[in-house]
Design a protein. Structure first.
Length: 432
């Protein structure tokens, strides 16, 4: 390994981020500069362009724009309101019940839409005013919404798990989807425990008892939305269709649900929804393409092998290595979005953990879980910014109530890290 190339890669990437260059361009430019150190200009430009195209030449990636479109339709189609009403009928009568409603609604909406940002925006936009009106502090309601919105990145269908499958060289998307359920629910329950304690400590109000007939009515209203989970995941597990085909079916189902059943999306709304989907897809795909280019450069410079040797020289104890990787990923998540982080660091760390006996599916869930925490931290935490924007509050005021919720997330991360059965039990049950 030539250290000059590594220095150019790291320094140029950090410098470009510091001066405000968008991360996709920072990745591509730093990869190109690194290649120019050891390769002539024409082959360097040609190779990078080829890697950008090759990185996007994957059938599995078709699922991403479809799931993004489905999420946009859900966001506009009144699904969030129905899920909140259902969640409130279940847990709204408990002490601090609206905090639980926020968390449960985010878990349900995030699982259906596969987007933490969409969940934070849709659920937060409805729940924050309700919580403030009933006596909850604005910083607390924003903090609960921000942290619980990340559960949708773990509970399937999740675009980032598709990206990990690509970066890992073909780990089963179906296995990753099924593996995300228990860790995602564990994260939600951890947040429920801390939010409940904070609500009890601050003597937040208790909701009125809700008759069983009302609970049943709210369930019926929300059932068409919840049924999407059974169609998508059930079809994949049963082998009826692939994850990519499931994403297209999800779009068809949400079109019918939003336009025919709930009638909250009109034909006139479709152009705006499609344009938003195209813009989001373009951003994600550019990140994937440039990240795959950087991954190739790192492979060309033997960086994964060097990192593997360096980590294993520190210790061959799986517990120690996983602690080190977790700390690195937590640090990376503070400064880098999930998609490039997964694409860049999966080829580096996956050979290390598989050499120690860690299952690739388990590591994929661990990695995504880890990077979810970065979504809630400045300076690039997208969910943090969206959550604060929706709640109309500054980031500095949210930090204090966020800290205990961060601790809950870290405890859940440690459990997922060191109890592989939490991730692998369901895939083994379904033979994936």
């Amino acid at each position: 390994m030539e250290f000059l190339e590594i220095i150019v890669l790291i320094v140029s990437f950090i410098f470009l981020l510091i001066i405000g260059v968008p991360i996709a361009f920072s990745i591509g430019i730093s990869a190109l500069l690194t290649m120019l150190v050891s390769i002539a200009p024409v082959p360097a430009f040609t190779t990078l362009a080829q890697r950008l195209a090759t990185g996007l030449d994957s059938f599995a990636l078709l699922a991403i724009p479809f799931f993004i479109l489905a999420g946009q339709l859900m966001n506009r189609g009144g699904i969030a309101t129905r899920l909140i009403d259902f969640a409130k009928s279940l847990v709204g009568t408990l002490p601090g019940g609206l905090a639980y409603v926020n968390i449960v609604a985010n878990m349900l909406f995030g699982a259906i839409s596969g987007s933490a940002v969409a969940a934070a925006s849709a659920i937060g936009g409805i729940m924050n005013p309700r919580m403030v009106k009933e006596g909850y502090s604005r910083p607390f309601s924003a903090a609960v919404n921000i942290t619980s919105a990340t559960t949708g990145m773990i509970i399937p269908p999740s675009n980032i798990l598709i990206v990990y499958s690509l970066a890992s060289g073909g780990v089963s998307i179906a296995a990753l989807f099924v593996a995300g359920y228990v860790p995602g629910i564990l994260l939600g329950l951890s947040l429920v425990g801390v939010a409940g304690f904070m609500a009890y400590k601050n003597k937040y109000p208790v909701g009125d008892r809700i008759p069983l007939s009302v609970v049943f009515k709210k369930l019926i209203d929300a059932l068409p939305s919840l049924f999407l989970l059974f169609i998508v995941i059930g079809g994949i597990i049963a082998g009826v269709f692939t994850a990519t085909e499931a994403s297209a079916i999800a779009v068809l189902y949400t079109v019918v649900l939003s336009m025919v059943v709930y009638r909250e999306v009109k034909v006139a709304d479709l152009p705006d929804i499609l344009i938003t989907t195209v813009i989001t897809t373009a951003i994600v795909m550019l990140l994937i393409g440039t990240s795959m280019g950087m991954s190739w450069v790192m492979s060309f410079e033997n960086i994964p092998q060097a990192v593997s040797e360096a980590l294993l020289s520190i210790s061959d104890n799986k517990i120690i290595i996983l602690i080190i990787i977790n700390l690195i990923l937590l640090f990376v998540g503070i400064f880098m979005d999930m998609t490039p982080a997964v694409l860049i660091f999966t080829p580096i760390f996956l050979p290390v953990v598989t050499a120690l006996g860690v299952h690739p599916v388990h590591f994929g869930i661990l990695m995504v879980f880890n990077l979810c925490i970065g979504l809630c931290t400045p300076p690039v935490g997208s969910v943090l910014f969206v959550g604060c924007g929706v709640a109309n509050i500054s980031i500095s005021k949210v930090i204090k109530p966020l800290v205990p919720l961060f601790v809950a997330m870290l405890v859940a991360l440690l459990l997922v890290t060191y109890v592989p059965a939490l991730s692998l039990w369901l895939p083994e049950v379904f033979g994936l």
